[in-house]
Design a protein around this ligand. Structure first.
Ligand SMILES: O=C(O)CCC(=O)C(=O)O
Ligand SMILES: [Fe+2]
Length: 245
């Protein structure tokens, strides 16, 4: 892991085609995102040492973050766990709801460097001039100056309903999702869905390993539920290209 440079690995043709696609459709996919060994090392860390927090919301503005101890306490109390599941199902029926696992990184560079987990070092790399210039080139967001990020893990039953990513004051210009699950199948769910104005699915994207998807903010999208039959968790690093800190 210590050798990981997290430099961009896509060639000029892939970059040119991503830029063209983004300008025409508001999203693009770049692959390979990283050197294969770097993506594999991240995947190994995400499936091994990473410490996951369960995050979920209640209504529009209440959010819960359950660390390892709170998750263990919940697992030991099936009645409470089922009540929480029921609340999540109810919230998802007609409203905005999410539940998934995360490893957050600090927006602040010195905190990322001090902790130095692989996901911190990846987000550090994404803030290098090399990656920033590439992101600006593809998205046309010339005023973007920083990249934030978190690792996410969607287990079977996890999902994120429709939202636009626009948050007042955050200066989000584009979102990115770096897929880190090898061997995913469409049938396993966990698809990044863009919602069309006609109420149909405009586009659904597979969480492909070592590909980075970029899309403009705001745009209405969701992550479909990971199916019970999924062969593993849906792993990514995701965040935003921003104008302000
Ligand atoms: O993981 C993804 O594909 C997208 C996640 C997302 O939309 C978000 O975290 O806001
Ligand atoms: Fe989003």
């Amino acid at each position: 892991m210590s050798a990981a440079s997290f430099l961009p690995a896509a060639d000029d043709a892939a970059i040119a085609s991503a830029r063209d696609h983004y300008h025409r459709h508001g999203f693009a996919r770049l692959e390979p995102a990283l050197a294969p060994a770097d993506a594999t090392a991240l995947h190994r860390w995400l499936t091994g040492e990473a410490e996951w927090w369960r995050v979920l919301n209640q209504g529009e503005d209440k959010m819960f973050e359950l660390g390892p101890e709170a998750q263990a306490a919940l697992a030991a109390d099936p009645a409470r766990a089922e009540a929480l599941e029921a609340a999540i199902r109810k919230g998802a029926r007609d409203g905005f709801q999410f539940v998934y696992d995360t490893v957050r990184t600090a927006d602040n560079q010195s905190e990322r460097i001090a902790r130095g987990w692989p996901v911190d070092r990846l987000v550090e790399a994404l803030n290098s001039e090399r990656w920033l210039a590439l992101f600006r080139h593809i998205t046309g967001a010339d005023d973007a100056v920083l990249v934030d990020g978190q690792a996410t893990r969607y287990l079977p039953g996890h999902f994120l309903t429709a939202h636009s990513d626009a948050v007042e004051g955050k200066g989000r210009r584009a979102a990115y999702v770096l897929g880190l699950t090898p061997g995913w199948r469409i049938e396993w769910g966990g698809l990044l869905m863009f919602h069309g104005e006609d109420g149909d699915v405009e586009r659904a994207l597979m969480p492909r390993f070592n590909s980075i998807t970029l899309f403009a903010v705001p745009s209405l999208h969701s992550v479909s539920s990971v199916a019970p039959a999924a062969g593993g968790p849906r792993l990514s690093v995701t965040g935003w290209l921003r104008t302000t800190g």
